[in-house]
Design a protein around this ligand. Structure first.
Ligand code: O2Y
Ligand code: MN
Length: 596
């Protein structure tokens, strides 16, 4: 009952074993073709799961179960035989125990459904920087999303048939169909049965019970970050939660920048920035994940392992991110948005007035007078990266792009200046390791809490975070004077009255320009206890009517407020016990000394 005879012994055995365990009605090997995508979408439209959008060619909308709307960090596990290797920031289960529990759940879990085998490449097919995965899933929604987010298909199957290594990713929505049972529009398992499990020592992913986003599209957070970070440490490269962009100055010099930001800090907006300063051009290489290796010239080269964007819809507009809006005009999937009477998607903060009537993400009538939002706060679009009007012509270059600048950042209403340059690599690692952001309604925890999210990898590091910090030092030692320069930004500083001090969006290019000119040695930096800050005359403010007092406040270093941060940083470091690199502790001591 299978449409393909696989010549990769290990893969074919794994598929057969999984079929024996999960007992699907049939097995289907995906070829990644447009016909396959169209056929599966047509099936989902016929079953009522997908709604074609009249206003957007080849676009479809899905409504998830209200219990299945986001990544489930509490149900995400990093499973090593020794709990100590997962570290203090990850949930842990012993592999044997976790596998026994999950094997029980997988038993017969695909009854009445098709088991899809998705061969995919993270990164350009055949690139030395890429990795192959194979996802087994019982969700056609997952197959279509994987078509967009990864490179699925024949090229990958050919490599597998030639014996290429692959990372097995097993996924089930956990909703078997009994004979005659009518399917739901978003079948999934209850929260207590959801497991998103990673076995880094075996390069293995097992996900059960959720059909949504990062829980189910296993190439993304599970493979490209959690498993890849552990592989990268073993193999001497880096898998990071970073956007990648190319900035070209008026003289035509290119700078490649990566940036790590926690959720709700505008990462996708920065990745697709339209500079407001004349003559500067930005191109997007990726908006979420960077895989980086040291190249033959000793510099660090990055690829975007993904092929699409899985972006947050609410807040995305022509005002905030016109390039994202243009990327989703066609051939895109929307999940948990509102549907207008004209047959288009809508979400909060889209341009223009809200529709007079819509159907909300739960399928209920909605008007502007409704007390609940129309689109879920984590409603998503899935769009091909190639549709972004400013996609970098080199975004699929197999060898990647050479990185000049690393940016870390977070959302801080006070204390943290607009931009700070690290004194050197170790100080840069300290900045990444202590990165923190205030939580918003769109992310985890109570609003306004300060959450330390080292390198924006808190939910994504596949091993002990203390060892991860050490890996950063090791990479820096290998890169030496070819290491990217490190900066920390905060676009979100507010006045005492709660007004934004900085306009953000396209005007962030002014800050990026300063970084590039620092790399070129064209501008200086003011030495402060926390790092190097721009001299106010070096930040290009032309055409921006920013009051002088705003700029002064944005570039102010409040030593007292910084001193007050030290105990929290020390407490944060204590979590990592004896795996905290001494070099980080030294950075804390030096910062403390500089602050006096
Ligand atoms: O909620 C989800 O499943 C998606 S989370 C996500 C999606 C795209 C990019 N980044 C993220 C994230 O949480 O960092
Ligand atoms: Mn992300």
């Amino acid at each position: 009952m299978s449409n393909y005879q696989c010549r990769n012994q290990k893969l074919s055995q794994w598929v057969q074993e999984t079929a024996s365990l999960c007992k699907p009605e049939s097995i289907y090997w995906c070829d990644g073709s447009k016909q396959e995508y169209d056929r599966l979408m047509a099936q989902m439209v016929a079953s009522g799961m997908a709604l074609p959008l009249k206003k957007r060619p080849n676009c479809f909308h899905f409504r998830s179960d209200p219990s299945d709307v986001a990544r489930v960090e509490d149900r995400t596990y990093i499973s090593y035989p020794d709990q100590a290797d997962a570290g203090p920031t990850n949930n842990w289960f012993a592999p044997d125990e976790l596998k026994a529990t999950m094997a029980g759940l997988y038993q017969g879990c695909m009854r009445g459904r098709t088991m899809y085998v998705i061969p995919f490449s993270m990164g350009p097919v055949g690139s030395k920087l890429s990795k192959i995965g194979v996802e087994i899933t019982d969700s056609p929604y997952v197959v279509c999303n994987m078509h967009i987010m990864t490179r699925v298909g024949d090229g990958v199957l050919d490599l597998l048939d030639q014996g290429a290594e692959f990372i097995p990713c097993l996924h089930s929505i956990g909703a078997p169909l009994e004979p005659g049972q009518k399917d739901g529009s978003w079948p999934c398992a209850p929260i207590e049965k959801k497991y998103i499990s990673h076995f880094p020592e075996e390069n293995l992913i097992w996900s059960y019970g959720s059909g949504y986003g990062g829980n189910a599209l296993l190439g993304k957070k599970c493979l490209a970050l959690r498993i890849a970070s552990a592989v990268a440490r073993r193999e001497g490269w880096m898998a990071e939660h970073m956007l990648i962009l190319r900035l070209t100055n008026p003289e035509g010099r290119q700078f490649h920048i990566t940036g790590a930001f926690p959720s709700a800090c505008g990462k996708t907006n920065l990745a697709m920035l339209l500079p407001t300063i004349p003559g500067w051009k930005c191109e997007c290489v990726g908006d979420d994940i960077a895989w980086m290796r040291i190249g033959p010239d000793g510099r660090l080269y990055a690829i975007n392992p993904e092929a699409g964007f899985f972006g947050v819809a609410p807040g995305t507009s022509y005002a905030s991110n016109p390039m994202a809006m243009d990327s989703i005009k066609e051939n895109s999937i929307f999940t948990n948005c509102a549907i207008t009477d004209e047959g288009d998607v809508w979400w909060e903060l889209m341009d223009g007035p809200p529709p007079a009537h819509a159907v909300d993400w739960k399928g209920r009538d909605w008007t502007p007078a409704s007390t609940e939002v129309a689109a879920h706060a984590n409603a998503r679009f899935t769009a091909p990266a190639s549709q972004c009007p400013i996609i970098c012509p080199d975004w699929e270059k197999p060898e990647g792009v050479p990185i000049d600048i690393f940016i870390f950042g977070g959302r801080r209403a006070s204390v943290v200046p607009l931009v700070t340059e690290a004194y050197g690599w170790d100080h840069g690692v300290f900045m990444g390791a202590t990165a923190a952001s205030e939580t918003t309604a769109a992310n985890i925890g109570a609003v306004g809490n300060l959450r330390r999210d080292p390198f924006a990898m808190l939910p994504f590091c596949g091993y002990h975070m203390g060892d991860y910090f050490q890996h950063w030092f090791n990479m820096g030692d290998r890169l030496g004077n070819k290491a990217p320069r490190v900066f920390y930004v905060n676009w979100f500083r507010k006045t005492a009255e709660g007004k934004w001090l900085w306009p953000g969006f396209g005007d962030n290019s002014r800050v990026l320009k300063w970084m590039c000119e620092r790399v070129e040695g064209k501008v200086g930096g003011a030495e402060t206890p926390i790092g190097l800050l721009p001299l106010s005359q070096d930040l290009d403010m032309q055409g921006l009517n920013l009051p002088a007092e705003n700029l002064a406040e944005l570039l102010k270093v409040d030593t007292e407020a910084w001193r007050a941060e030290l105990p929290d940083i020390a407490k944060h470091f204590q979590k990592f016990g004896d795996r905290l690199p001494a070099r980080l502790q030294r950075q804390l001591e030096e910062l403390s000394k500089r602050l006096g």
